[in-house]
Design a protein around this ligand. Structure first.
Ligand code: ADP
Ligand code: MG
Length: 364
């Protein structure tokens, strides 16, 4: 069911959002703490972070359903902080879809247009266009008669039927199974590009964030940890939190030495690393991604000599655990090919790493 997307129609850029010192507190609890960020027109922007970090609160402040404690929001240069939700003309897909259960799909889609006093003849045409956009030929059904994936499409269609410059989506695929999610990720991304709309998308699913977004902000406890393209966040995490939140990482406790390219682990093992600016003796946390490591049989010299503790075969890859004296257990992920099978548990192996793959952070 994947047809080639037509080239996006040329349109003036609109939908630039500026969040300036945006803050929301509940009594003494700060849900969102002085958020400063700009989302460019036409960008697919994702807010990613663990449960409770302030994602929904941020989105609801953009939508106008939650009043900020302080700070402001601009849409295409116009302050909208004090505007009611309907005045902002922003499309919203809620976590629960929030479809009107007693209205048909067509009725759900017509509603935002009726609210805006669109002439009835135009309403029919625009509802049909929105249904075509999400490929849903079921205008006369009630939401309860649809699958979860179809309800999600109705919610998206309803959010864009009035041609808003910005679409906000809170965990839009949270209730769907993994396979359908992957499919809808591609569809949503395509729809966004076809409409040239700015999307602000909230998720706690890192794969979803990486797959869909131009840029991602990672939030932690109401604050920004890092903003960047998915690849930048994965390859160049700015904090230990980001390094640990995105993908898998081996975490090593270490100290800086007087040599800029060496650290020493808590267990006394010296590792080469990228040049660091830490004072000698500073406690550090170092990370090494399992997929950047490789295994060699025996202890031929170099690398990190150890003993293979176990190997878990997962089809496309195998996850090895290696006990390295002076360092502890290291996870090594190896892409499976047709080559040799791994050594048995208990065998001597050496973990090979590239110093450039080590990331260093001040110990928390
Ligand atoms: N209406 C509210 N009253 C009090 N605390 C709230 C309210 N809404 C959210 N919070 C708190 O603010 C924090 C952020 O919540 P939320 O934005 O929903 O997080 P997320 O969407 O990232 O899971 C949480 O600690 C939550 O308990
Ligand atoms: Mg939430």
């Amino acid at each position: 069911m994947i047809d080639p997307a037509p080239p996006p129609p040329a349109r003036s850029k609109r939908g630039r959002l500026e969040l300036i010192g945006l803050r929301k507190s509940y009594d003494t609890h700060v849900a969102v703490d002085r958020l400063d960020l700009t989302i460019e027109a036409g960008e697919f922007f994702t807010i990613l972070g663990p449960s409770g970090c302030g994602k929904t609160t941020t989105l609801m402040m953009l939508a106008g359903f939650t009043e900020p404690t302080s700070g402001s929001i601009r849409l295409d240069g116009v302050p909208i902080t004090r505007q009611a939700p309907q005045e902002r003309n922003i499309g919203v897909v809620f976590q629960s879809y929030a479809l009107f259960p007693h209205m048909t799909v067509g009725g759900n889609l017509a509603f935002p247009l009726e609210m805006r006093d669109v002439p009835p003849a135009d309403i029919a045409r625009r509802v049909q266009a929105a249904l075509d956009l999400v490929r849903l030929p079921v205008a006369d059904r009630l939401p309860a008669q649809l699958s979860g994936g179809q309800q999600q499409r109705v919610a998206v269609a309803r959010a864009v039927v009035f041609d808003p410059p910005v679409l906000l989506m809170d965990e839009p695929m949270g209730a769907l199974d993994a396979k359908l999610r992957t499919h809808l990720q591609v569809e949503l991304r395509r729809l966004q590009q076809r409409l040239g709309i700015t999307v602000v998308h909230v998720t706690h699913d890192q794969d979803e964030a990486m797959a869909m977004s131009d840029r991602v902000v990672i939030m932690n406890d109401g604050k920004v940890e890092q903003i960047g393209r998915p690849k930048d966040l994965y390859e160049r995490p700015a904090s230990l939190f980001v390094a640990r939140f995105l993908g898998e990482n081996n975490l090593l406790e270490a100290r800086a030495t007087s040599e800029p390219n060496r650290i020493v682990t808590a267990g006394g093992l010296t590792l080469e690393c990228p040049a660091h600016g830490f004072a000698p003796g500073s406690p550090l946390s170092a990370t090494l991604r399992p997929e950047r490591l490789s295994l060699r049989p025996g202890h031929p010299g170099g690398g990190l000599p150890g003993v293979l503790a176990d190997s878990v075969y997962l089809g496309a890859k195998t996850i090895h655990t290696v006990d390295v004296p002076g360092l502890g257990a290291l996870t090594v992920q190896v892409q499976n090919g047709t080559e040799d099978s791994p050594p048995p548990p208990g065998a001597s192996v050496t973990v090979m790493y590239r110093p450039d793959d080590l990331r260093l952070f001040p110990a928390p």
